[in-house]
Write a protein that binds this ligand. Structure first.
Ligand SMILES: [Zn+2]
Length: 283
């Protein structure tokens, strides 16, 4: 983010103040939105590699390099070839969490099979959010979402009193996501200072995204991370921005071109990604 100072006519300044007041928003948001429209430069674009349906069908080959991913966003999540670890992109750095629980910065520019990134520029925030479980975290984030029909990114910072995360283990190519679930490692932490990198996708996007909330966690000391299953915090800062522009980079691998992706992936995705929900199991 950059700070720009400029002089504008009194009439524009008055109109700006009126809009900030009427929309209950910030000067930054109004000016950035206006500039984005005038310059035809979308400010919040979600850049996604591949689709959740492809992941469910076991297409874990690399499609896009990390360096290209980072050109499109500084904040996001994903996985690696053969589901070998969980990806967290935070402050422009790509991290890999492996099934032995270690976190490493990704500097060798590998291809990745699935990832979603954006340039995170928070529009609204809550400074004293409290939640005792994943459902409470979802409710706290829901309170900041302005629509059920736009994508949203969430950054949650806290000293969590508890967190539970999973990390996928590498699987053979072609293993369906649901079957890959058996090889995951799960970690419980005690009190941990960490950031959650979160994305929320509308229900209608379930054919190519993980609908609802999807969080990856990264501890401040870079010693713990993974796909978030549960957490609790007494005082959390939650920041959110809405995203109305989506760019999906489809793989051009032979496996993707030949795959049958007509099956609805939602049931298997829910099983694989939402272990924190009652009566579900899986990755
Ligand atoms: Zn995940």
């Amino acid at each position: 983010m950059q700070t720009i100072c400029c002089t504008v006519p009194d009439s524009l300044a008055a109109a700006l103040r009126d809009r900030i007041r009427d929309d209950h928003t910030s000067c930054q948001h109004v000016v950035a939105s206006a500039l984005g429209q005038y310059l035809a430069a979308p400010i919040h674009t979600l850049f996604q590699v591949s689709t959740s349906a492809a992941l469910v069908e076991g297409l874990y080959q690399g499609a896009v390099r990390v360096s290209r991913l980072l050109e499109h966003g500084d904040f996001g999540l994903g996985t690696f070839i053969d589901l070998d670890g969980e990806m967290v992109v935070l402050d422009g750095v790509c991290y890999r969490v492996t099934a032995d629980g270690r976190v490493a910065r990704v500097d060798d520019d590998p291809l990745v099979p699935y990832a979603v990134v954006t340039r995170f520029a928070p529009e609204v925030r809550a400074d004293h959010a409290t939640f005792t479980d994943f459902a409470g975290l979802e409710a706290a984030c829901d309170a900041l979402r302005g629509s059920d029909n736009l994508f949203h990114a969430f950054r949650v910072r806290a000293t969590f009193t508890h967190a539970r995360a999973r990390v996928m283990c590498a699987v053979h190519p072609g293993t369906h996501l649901g079957d890959a679930a058996g090889g995951q490692a799960e970690f419980d932490t005690g009190t941990i200072a960490a950031t959650l990198v979160g994305l929320w996708a509308p229900a209608y996007a379930g054919a190519f995204c993980v609908p609802g909330y999807h969080f990856h966690i990264l501890s401040d000391d870079l010693r713990h991370g993974g796909h978030l299953l549960d957490c609790a915090a007494d005082v959390a800062t939650i920041e959110c921005c809405a995203i109305a522009d989506l760019h999906v980079a489809l793989p051009e691998t032979e496996a993707f071109l030949r795959a049958d992706l007509g099956r609805d992936p939602q049931a298997e995705l829910a099983r694989a990604e939402r272990r924190h929900e009652p009566n579900t199991q899986g990755a």
